[in-house]
Design a protein around this ligand. Structure first.
Ligand code: SF4
Ligand code: SF4
Length: 443
């Protein structure tokens, strides 16, 4: 969320801030350029500064004191989608994602040091995301506006034009959210079916916005897991995973949220912690890296990470316990990888295995299925134009599959795919669906 740094004057605390960079990781980049073809922003712009290699060179320039942490540096860091396709392509194993998080943290802390505050940023990262009650209230407001038809009315009367264009555009991809009563009625423990063979107590990581906007997908995930024999627990004290903070240069805020989650799931005494959002899952599995300078929390984080699973991983692991009761005859399905599930967590085979197993489906592999769709957390709001360029190119691959269903494993990708289907004029022929919702229909 860039709000420009308009100074190039060195900040006295900057030298100390730059120590946050792991210089060895930067130096590991041998500038070979293998990552360039994998990078969506490089492909769109053709600019070295919009490539992983170029961004790492800029970071090196800053660390070596040859470049300032200025508006140009900030723009280049924030144009990155954070999709981590470059990590998969890199033969030297450069952990680009963590370098990017540090670079954005340096940008934001430098701005705070020189007194450049953004009210919107503070509101989002300090008041809203860390506070599940406030997200819940926002969800209720959204539900009320959808139910009373205010959204449609605002569209009709042109009031919607008062919203910034990215929000105006993306709201058309948002489905009706669950009512406050549906949300309140949820049981905190869902027991497995009586004849279940498994004996696992699984903590459901709900996500923050996910649990409001995709409440039914969380419920569907819980049902799939109970059908596989798990007891599913919705741990009340959990918080946002911290990914949005970490990806936006708010590392301290991210760590505070991670501590709350570690404590909450320790107290819940669960065998595993399951989530259905690729982006959240990648963050949860990286908590131990976030505490690399804090041995006590790092140890607790490692135990937490060892229990984390994406819902696809666990469903595939427990596959023999799953019994398909429905079928989708003649339905052609393709799969859009979530970047953070594929590049961040290495989970690629499991969702495909699950989809191919649905009776009656024809599975078609999409070209470059693991190429970013342009959603990237809140990138489609903060960098709308680039996000849509990346999406439109992606939709060419989606369309060429002629699939009836485009299946994803991340809520952001799901919204983006719905937007892409609208932009490509494929509504009525093609539907985007979360894999857990789809499995819930046929299990
Ligand atoms: S994270 Fe994605 S957008 Fe950013 S440099 Fe790597 S490949 Fe390019
Ligand atoms: S990030 Fe990896 S692939 Fe890209 S230039 Fe550096 S070493 Fe090569």
């Amino acid at each position: 969320m860039p709000a420009h740094t308009n100074t190039t004057m060195p900040n006295p605390n900057l030298i100390q801030l730059l120590d946050n960079f792991d210089r060895e990781e930067i130096l590991n980049c041998m500038q070979c350029g293998f990552c360039l073809p994998a990078c969506p922003t490089y492909r769109q712009t053709g600019k070295e500064s919009a490539s992983p290699r170029g961004r790492i060179a800029l970071m090196k320039g800053v660390v070596d004191g040859q470049l300032n942490v200025d508006a140009e540096f900030e723009d280049n860091m924030y144009l990155c989608l954070g999709c981590r396709a470059c990590e998969t392509a890199c033969p030297a194993g450069v952990p680009y994602g963590s370098l990017l998080e540090t670079a954005r943290d340096v940008v934001e802390r430098n701005k705070k040091d020189i007194g450049e505050h953004s009210f919107l940023r503070d509101l989002l990262f300090e008041e809203i995301f860390p506070n599940p009650d406030r997200i819940d209230r926002l969800g209720t407001m959204l539900w009320a506006s959808q139910t009373l038809g205010l959204q449609k009315l605002a569209n009709k009367m042109g009031l919607i034009n008062l919203l910034p264009r990215p929000m105006r555009e993306m709201q058309s991809a948002v489905d009706q959210v669950a009512s406050p009563w549906q949300r309140m009625k949820r049981e905190s423990v869902i027991h497995p079916e009586p004849d279940a063979s498994q004996n696992l107590r699984v903590g459901m990581f709900k996500g923050c916005i996910m649990d409001v906007m995709f409440f039914e997908t969380n419920q569907a995930t819980a049902r799939v897991l109970t059908k596989a024999g798990c007891e599913v627990v919705f741990v009340e004290e959990q918080a946002c995973c911290g990914a949005l903070h970490a990806h936006s240069g708010e590392q301290n805020g991210a760590k505070e949220l991670a501590k709350r989650n570690i404590e909450a799931f320790e107290a819940a005494g669960v065998d595993l912690i399951v989530n259905n959002a690729g982006g959240c899952g990648a963050a949860l599995k990286e908590y131990h890296h976030w505490f690399h300078d804090d041995p006590q929390w790092q140890e607790r984080a490692m135990k937490f990470v060892a229990k984390c699973r994406d819902a696809n991983e666990l469903a595939a692991e427990l596959f023999s316990a799953l019994e398909f009761r429905g079928e989708l005859p003649g339905v052609r399905i393709t799969y859009q990888d979530s970047c953070h599930l594929a590049h961040g967590q290495g989970v690629r085979a499991q969702p495909r295995q699950l989809l191919r197993s649905i009776p009656g489906v024809e599975y078609v592999e999409m070209m470059e299925a693991d190429r970013c769709c342009g959603s990237a957390g809140i990138y489609n709001i903060t960098n709308f134009d680039m996000s849509m360029e990346v999406l439109d190119e992606k939709m060419e691959n989606v369309k060429s599959t002629s699939a009836h269903l485009v299946v994803t494993s991340n809520p952001g990708c799901l919204l983006q795919m719905r937007k892409g289907i609208q932009r490509a004029g494929c509504e009525g022929q093609m539907e985007a669906v979360h894999i857990m919702d789809l499995l819930d229909r046929v299990l």
